[in-house]
Design a protein around this ligand. Structure first.
Ligand code: GLC
Length: 421
């Protein structure tokens, strides 16, 4: 017969031994904080991590480099957090993950550590996107807003003003392009989160939206049909957008623009630095303007961005939070701006003389960021975005009509809303 007492004693000593080993190891090596982001381009994270480690001897920070697409990184984080796993102490959160991750109980509320007086120092859109259900969950690091990049040199030499409306974008493209060598307009057309961002900018520029301010689905509208019709026609009718756009994420669009193969590009702020870097063929020839709109509407920029949340399952929450605040210091944000071209989340840096000397477009960028609009704020946003991505994508491949896509997508979004009420 099993001796329960003996078994229990064995189990307890094993646990103690295990803990002891764990603690001993930690004392020797100190605490290591881990998080996931994309590849550390130009060593920006490495520099910010090095200053943190120098200021906090014994602490280590480990960046796990993951894939470029936000969707894939979300799945990677979600898989780990669903298993209540402590691999990631910090979650480097895309703005759109905040409602889902906080509603699932994966994040530590930060109200106590990140009070309103401190929040004031950051761009209002970033704070709004970090707040959900009355709590703040995220410390903003990189701000983002979509905008239109254009070849200033080409427009100027043809005596053309930058476009304000979709019609002007088509006209100018047709005047200056020479497909298949040079196309009018490129954007993120692949079926992933980036497509939802661009689609929303065009939709809002047409006066439409997906949800109303009180959370009802308003997608089944003539504006949605007009948006999808414009996007489809830009490929098949007006021929200002290459069919290959359906495979483009941010970097593929940028590669086309950088190599002079397109005149207009929709992208995020980081692209400015790459366009003007030493050795760039288009250095000094690039302008930025807000996205186009129809004559009686105004332009719209989708707000994006990245920031730190602390995992509920981290065993080193204090240290994790300390690093998150370190990464949000003005000095660190300047490293990200200089090395990655990331737009800082702190308002004051848009007037910082060193940064403005490097990035003379900061006044225009600030205007874009300050007016950027969030994607639908909902714990089931990822499902809604998935619906939009599928149907927009089907229109871009001409396998669904704009009318059919709008009807179907609106129906599916209504089902998602019904399931969550
Ligand atoms: C950028 C934005 C992010 C968005 C993603 C889409 O990284 O900051 O919010 O979801 O692009 O590709």
């Amino acid at each position: 017969m099993l001796n329960f007492g003996k078994l229990l004693a064995f189990f307890l000593s094993a646990v103690l031994l295990f803990n002891d080993l764990g603690c001993g190891k930690q004392k020797e090596e100190g605490v290591t904080i881990s998080f996931l982001d994309t590849e550390d381009k130009n060593g920006a994270w490495a520099e910010v991590i090095a200053t943190f480690e120098a200021m906090n001897p014994g602490s280590k920070v480990r960046l796990i480099e993951g894939p470029a697409s936000t969707d894939t990184r979300e799945s990677q984080y979600a898989t780990s957090l669903l298993a209540r796993d402590s691999t990631y102490d910090l979650i480097y959160l895309d703005v759109v993950w905040v409602p889902k991750f906080s509603a699932n109980g994966w994040l530590v509320p930060l109200d106590e550590y990140f009070p309103p007086a401190l929040q004031e120092e950051f761009l209002p859109g970033d704070i709004q996107a970090s707040t959900y259900a009355g709590h703040i969950w995220r410390i903003p690091i990189r701000s983002n807003g979509g905008m239109l990049y254009y070849r200033k040199d080409l427009l100027e030499s043809a005596n053309l003003e930058p476009p304000r409306t979709f019609e002007e974008l088509v006209d100018i493209s047709q005047k200056l392009q020479n497909p298949p060598d040079v196309w009018g307009f490129v954007f993120q057309g692949k079926q992933y989160e980036g497509l939802t961002c661009v689609f929303l900018e065009i939709l809002r520029g047409f006066g439409g939206d997906v949800l109303s301010p009180d959370g009802r689905c308003v997608f089944d509208s003539p504006e949605s049909v007009a948006t999808l019709t414009w996007m489809r026609d830009a490929i098949f009718q007006e021929r200002i957008v290459p069919e290959a756009v359906r495979t483009y994420e941010e970097n593929e669009s940028l590669v086309s623009f950088l190599s002079g193969k397109s005149i207009f590009m929709r992208n995020w702020p980081y692209a400015w630095k790459v366009c003007n870097e030493e050795g760039s063929e288009i250095g000094g020839k690039v302008g930025i303007i807000p996205m186009p709109h129809v004559p009686d509407q105004s332009s719209s920029s989708t707000s994006g961005g990245w920031g730190f949340g602390v995992s509920q399952f981290s065993r080193h929450k204090d240290e994790a939070l300390k690093f998150a605040f370190h990464a949000a210091r003005p000095e660190s944000l300047k490293v990200f701006a200089r090395k990655q071209g990331g737009a800082p989340s702190r308002k004051s840096l848009y007037k910082d003389s060193e940064l403005v000397a490097l990035f003379p477009h900061y006044p225009e960028l600030y205007e874009v960021l300050i007016h950027a609009q969030p994607r639908p704020v909902h714990p089931r946003y990822a499902e809604m975005s998935d619906v939009l991505q599928r149907h927009v994508s089907a229109v871009l491949t001409d396998t669904e009509t704009p009318e059919g896509a709008v009807r179907e997508a609106a129906g599916e979004i209504n089902e998602i809303l019904a399931r969550s009420s």
